[in-house]
Ligand binder design. Structure first.
Ligand SMILES: [Zn+2]
Length: 115
């Protein structure tokens, strides 16, 4: 698991890849935190456990506050993505794919997963 000082580069990873961008949308906070509870990762859909260093970011979209958390493993992939020069095979892509797979599986099972 990456510690707080190594994981900082993950903050530079653009979480929304330009998907959003209405006027007035703003990033309110973006930081690496130690988890005080259990959360679900926005990228891979996996669990973030207590004490895990992960990225927590809050945005205002359409006047609504939205919080996103990204697990340590996805942050690790973000660090590689930010520091590497990937044309293809970007490690974060695999994490997003994992998230899609998990959501599809849950949808098939009739479970709704947020994030
Ligand atoms: Zn994750």
């Amino acid at each position: 698991m990456l510690e707080q000082n190594t994981i900082d580069d993950a903050l530079d990873f653009d979480l929304f890849e330009g998907d959003f961008g209405a006027p007035g949308d703003t990033e309110l906070s973006n930081k690496i935190v130690s988890s005080r509870g259990e959360y679900k990762c926005h990228v891979c859909g996996g669990q973030i456990v207590k004490g895990e260093f992960h990225r927590s970011t809050t945005w205002k979209f359409d006047g609504e506050l939205m919080s996103y958390r990204c697990c340590n493993e996805c942050c690790t992939a973000m660090v590689s993505s930010v520091n590497g020069d990937y044309e293809e095979g970007d490690p974060i892509e695999a994490r997003y794919r994992l998230g899609h797979e998990r959501r599809n599986k849950n949808r098939a099972a009739g479970v709704t997963v947020e994030g």
